[in-house]
Design a protein around this ligand. Structure first.
Ligand SMILES: [Mn+2]
Length: 333
């Protein structure tokens, strides 16, 4: 890590014009890590733009106060990328995941840096700082910024970092949450972070529709294999009926695993085009293997796939058959 910190410090000190981006459908860790780094850089007199393929979700828009986040428009923003001398990819390590920006990125000579924690990385940058054991990119970024200049972690920077750590650990519940996570969180609180206000922004920002979506989602859960497997299915009709959209589906996987005895949780979401499946598991069950059957991938306990298929009923049947085979092969039952 020492070498990486030295290189990162040099790239920051010698850079003048920075563009930061993250993955499509950004979450709290994505927007949190971008805005934290952008503010840190801007406080050092750097020119900084955050350009994202996707719009910022409403419940994270408060982080615009830390640093403005722009929804990428090639006509307006491509030149910023082409002329930048530094390009940072936060909470993301696959080119296809920053989507619309790749065209301008390919025409840029900027030195590139990845700061991330996802598995199966491409490491396409000049400097790849990737730690798959850290629960959040914001935790990794905290350690980097702290090494460069602890005083640079001002209250706005700390607020953005805390948002990423809180959301990616699902409020300090997920397995990678450890002593270091809490030590860092404590330091951020010491710097003045108002954790309850961040929680309110992120999690108490729903509508009647999103609550009704949750109700319909819970209602749809079915159990299989004697309660070992739980499947939640969100149809297009449910979205229509509640006036919600796919991006309102957040953390519903926690509910399927919340049932005692369930060790494999599946959430099927019918999209405008195609179908998305999220796979979750407890313990050593490798659901990423199951996701591979559908062209997807991910972590052992959390994986996903997106399919072009549009027939929900036949997909559900196939999935249940595959799960049966998977359980027998792996002697899970
Ligand atoms: Mn993350």
């Amino acid at each position: 890590m020492q070498n990486e910190i030295q290189t990162l410090t040099r790239l920051i000190e010698t850079g003048t014009s920075f563009v930061l981006t993250t993955h499509i459908n950004p979450d709290g860790d994505a927007i949190g890590s971008e805005t934290a780094l952008a503010r840190f850089l801007a406080d050092r007199g750097k020119r900084v733009h955050i350009l994202n393929h996707s719009a910022t979700p409403e419940n994270l828009s408060f982080l615009n106060d830390v640093h403005p986040v722009l929804h990428y428009d090639a006509a307006l923003h491509a030149d910023l990328i082409v002329t930048a001398d530094r390009f940072f990819v936060m909470d993301c390590n696959a080119r296809q995941r920053f989507a619309a920006l790749t065209d301008a990125f390919d025409r840029s000579n900027a030195e590139t840096v990845i700061i991330d924690h996802h598995l199966e990385h491409e490491s396409f940058a000049d400097l790849n700082i990737i730690d798959t054991e850290t629960p959040a990119t914001c935790e990794l970024l905290y350690l980097l910024l702290h090494a460069i200049d602890p005083n640079g972690i001002t209250l706005p920077v700390a607020t953005a970092l805390y948002t990423g750590i809180m959301t990616d650990t699902q409020s300090f519940r997920l397995p990678l949450t450890d002593e270091m996570t809490h030590i860092i969180a404590a330091d951020l609180l010491r710097r003045g972070v108002q954790s309850h206000e961040i929680y309110q922004h992120v999690y108490e920002n729903g509508t009647l529709g999103t609550m009704q979506l949750l109700g319909a989602a819970l209602d749809s859960i079915s159990l299989h294999h004697g309660g070992l497997v739980a499947v939640m299915t969100l149809t297009r009709d449910i979205f229509r009926g509640t006036g919600t959209k796919e991006s309102d589906v957040d953390n519903l996987t926690a509910y399927v695993l919340g049932i005692k005895g369930v060790r494999i949780g599946i959430v099927i979401v019918e999209l405008d085009q195609g179908i998305k499946i999220s796979f979750r598991s407890k313990g050593t069950i490798p659901v990423n293997e199951l996701a591979k059957h559908y062209g997807g991938g991910g972590h052992r306990n959390a994986a996903g796939a997106r399919l072009q298929e549009t027939d929900l009923a036949s997909l559900s049947d196939r999935l249940l058959r595959d799960i049966t085979a998977f359980i027998h092969q792996r002697h899970i039952a």
